[in-house]
Design a protein around this ligand. Structure first.
Ligand code: TPP
Length: 278
């Protein structure tokens, strides 16, 4: 990736973190840690020079690649990304998670340009993504699905994981946000997923493991996805829940907690001072 694009992606990611903090703080909402772990993944997909082929001014463009945010509780970071990409006005973000607003606390596709599927009930994104990839394979469109690690406790994912290589869906890419924490405990204590890469590989997926906050690594792995290939790709992105804010990083509490005024100020200052994704 050239340096200009990399710098632009670093700026995009930093802005996303600040926007998410602003949204959850204003709405007194949960899931800030869940959003922070996905920032670089969404930046690699949607940010400057990102992997998805989309037209924000034409959200229903038939030639678009599809993205499904299966971890729908992290809606704030998807909404922030879509707004930054030009899908809808930034003013909409101010209404996030308030009564009657377009932008609900979980991802909603109803009336929100750019959101392909309403999500929040975990375990549905990959099965739907599989169907989309099957339907779009001939036209050359690609489908990306972002899963969380706790979400992999849902058996529906493993049915789709079994099916996609059988259907030779090279146009399907899954990114697992492997932050090692779910809502009420650490993944290894709730249901240990390890060895996670071996599991996907044994199902027939092209399997890549990387640092999910490394924008160059993410961009490289996505660029290697060959839509004509015989196998789907899974990117196991090792991430940190709450990434970018010292008191949130790797802390279970920040799945549900919302920052106080003071914590919000500190978090923004840390994000502005940090240079994450390099
Ligand atoms: C089917 C289903 N069961 C339970 C929940 C409640 N729930 C919300 S988030 C979550 C787990 C969060 O952990 P993880 O999936 O690892 O996502 P992270 O926020 O860590 O990225 C659960 C169980 C849900 N949304 N859907």
């Amino acid at each position: 990736m050239d340096n200009n694009r990399h710098e632009a992606q670093l700026d995009f990611a930093c802005a996303l973190r600040k926007t998410v903090l602003e949204m959850v703080h204003r709405a007194n909402a949960s899931h800030v840690g869940s959003c922070m772990s996905s920032v670089e993944i969404l930046t690699a997909l949607y940010g400057p020079g990102g992997w998805l082929r989309q037209r924000p001014d034409e959200p229903q463009w038939a030639g678009r690649d599809r993205f499904i945010m299966s971890k729908g509780h992290a809606a704030a970071v998807l909404y922030a990304t879509l707004s930054a990409s030009g899908y809808f006005p930034r003013a909409w973000l101010e209404t996030y998670c308030t009564n009657g607003a377009k932008l609900g606390g979980h991802c909603t596709s109803h009336g929100v340009p750019g959101v392909e599927l309403s999500t929040g009930s975990l375990g549905h994104g990959l099965p739907v993504g599989l169907g989309l990839a099957l339907g779009l394979r001939e036209s050359g469109n690609r489908v990306a699905v972002l899963l969380s690690d706790g979400e992999l406790d849902e058996g529906s994912n493993w049915e789709a994981a079994l099916m996609a290589p059988h259907m030779k869906l090279g146009n399907l890419v899954v990114v697992v946000d492997y932050n090692k924490i779910q809502s009420l405990g650490r993944v290894e204590d709730v249901i240990d997923l390890g060895p996670l890469a071996d599991k996907w590989r044994s199902f027939g997926w092209k399997t890549v493991e990387l640092d999910g906050h490394d924008l160059r690594a993410l961009g490289g792995a996505l660029a290697d996805v060959d839509g004509q290939a015989q196998a789907p790709t899974v990117i196991i992105a090792h991430t940190i829940k709450g990434k970018g804010v010292s008191f949130m990083e790797d802390r279970l509490a920040w799945h549900y907690k919302s920052p106080s005024d003071e914590q919000y100020q500190q978090a923004v200052a840390e994000v502005e001072a940090g240079r994450i994704g390099a």
